[in-house]
Design a protein around this ligand. Structure first.
Ligand SMILES: [Zn+2]
Ligand SMILES: [Zn+2]
Length: 343
């Protein structure tokens, strides 16, 4: 079978390798769609300390069970495989932070992911139920995006939404477009405002339910309107200091700030202790997702509460994974996927 092996920074090779053997309790997935994630882009162009190469990248995976050696999965079953399997035994997991488990087994990190014609579904994933059915109405491309929905939902579930009237989403990338839809359709936030830099992406944000969009390149006066009363929740979907500086301009009494996007270059927060104290600000980061939020995300995707179809703007074959990573890095469209069965 064809498989794209990652050896490290700028080093990824399409190879012919044997289809993985299936041991007791495991299954083999015929991969149909893999969402291209910024972490894949980062691993290829900048390297990654967490990825244990050589490994196959790709952790947003859907496909069909090709061969099963477990009663839990059947040949021909259409599924999404979760990206991560937390150990559930360590003190971090037991404290309720499965998403931060230091002993995580993760596709494309320490076991092979989806940029491959076939992928082994690890016994641990089978036993923990980390394989989710896709209904017949959902395409494999949509089904692959359960993972980004799950991590987005995890972030939004970290704060209470009771009485929340307005939220500002900073960023207009694919994840932001998922956040916007979850805020409108799942959290029922009355007023969702999006700050971004791309007219095209902001247009899509409006089409997907945003009540107002502000292009920070030309909309400073619009931004000024948000000052004063302050915004209830500020959801930062991009990892850069400028986003946090924008957030600082619009926080008010009791605002909650969510930091969803990881920064390539780390930086100090632009808030003072007293600003935090006197405005009673709540800030939380969010990384990964829990099994519970993954199950909720699978339900949301299967029921088509949110529109993922319009987020997928390009498809690539397995031999074009490099092009897919470039497409994603250059932010040409929105989300792209790799379809390994197309050659
Ligand atoms: Zn991802
Ligand atoms: Zn753990």
């Amino acid at each position: 079978m064809k498989s794209v092996i990652y050896y490290g920074k700028h080093n990824m090779v399409l190879k012919e390798v044997p289809i993985p053997a299936v041991s007791q309790g495991e299954a083999i997935l015929e991969v149909r769609s893999v969402g291209v994630c910024p972490t894949d882009v980062k691993a290829f162009f900048m390297g990654s300390s967490s990825v244990k190469s050589p490994v196959v990248l790709g952790h947003e995976v859907s496909g069909v069970i090709h061969e099963s050696n477990t009663s839990r999965l059947n040949d021909g079953q259409r599924v999404n495989v979760a990206a991560d399997s937390p150990c559930l035994q360590c003190t971090v997991c037991k404290k309720g932070f499965q998403n931060l488990c230091p002993d995580m087994t993760s596709l494309g990190v320490n076991i092979d992911g989806g940029y491959s014609r076939f992928m082994r579904i690890n016994k641990d994933f089978v036993n923990k139920g980390l394989v989710y059915d896709l209904n017949d109405k959902i395409s494999f491309d949509e089904g692959a995006l359960i993972e980004p929905v799950a991590v987005s939902l995890h972030c939004l579930n970290l704060v209470s939404w009771d009485g929340i009237e307005n939220a500002v989403v900073i960023g207009d990338g694919p994840n932001a477009l998922i956040h916007i839809q979850l805020l409108k359709k799942v959290k029922n936030v009355e007023n969702v405002i999006v700050l971004g830099l791309s007219a095209e992406r902001l247009h899509m944000a409006s089409a997907l339910g945003a009540d107002r969009t502000v292009n920070v390149l030309d909309g400073q006066s619009d931004l000024d309107m948000l000052k004063g009363t302050g915004v209830d929740v500020i959801d930062i979907t991009i990892g850069n200091r400028e986003a946090m500086i924008e957030a600082k301009k619009i926080v008010g009494k009791g605002s909650r700030v969510l930091v969803f996007g990881g920064s390539i270059q780390d930086s100090q927060l632009p808030f003072t202790m007293n600003e935090l104290h006197y405005d009673q600000l709540t800030m939380t980061g969010s990384s990964g997702t829990s099994i519970g939020n993954y199950i909720l995300a699978a339900d949301i995707v299967n029921s088509r509460i949110i529109d993922l179809k319009r987020l997928i703007t390009e498809r690539f074959s397995l031999s074009k994974v490099h092009d897919a990573l470039v497409y994603s890095r250059e932010m040409k469209g929105l989300k792209c996927v790799v379809n390994p069965s197309t050659g």
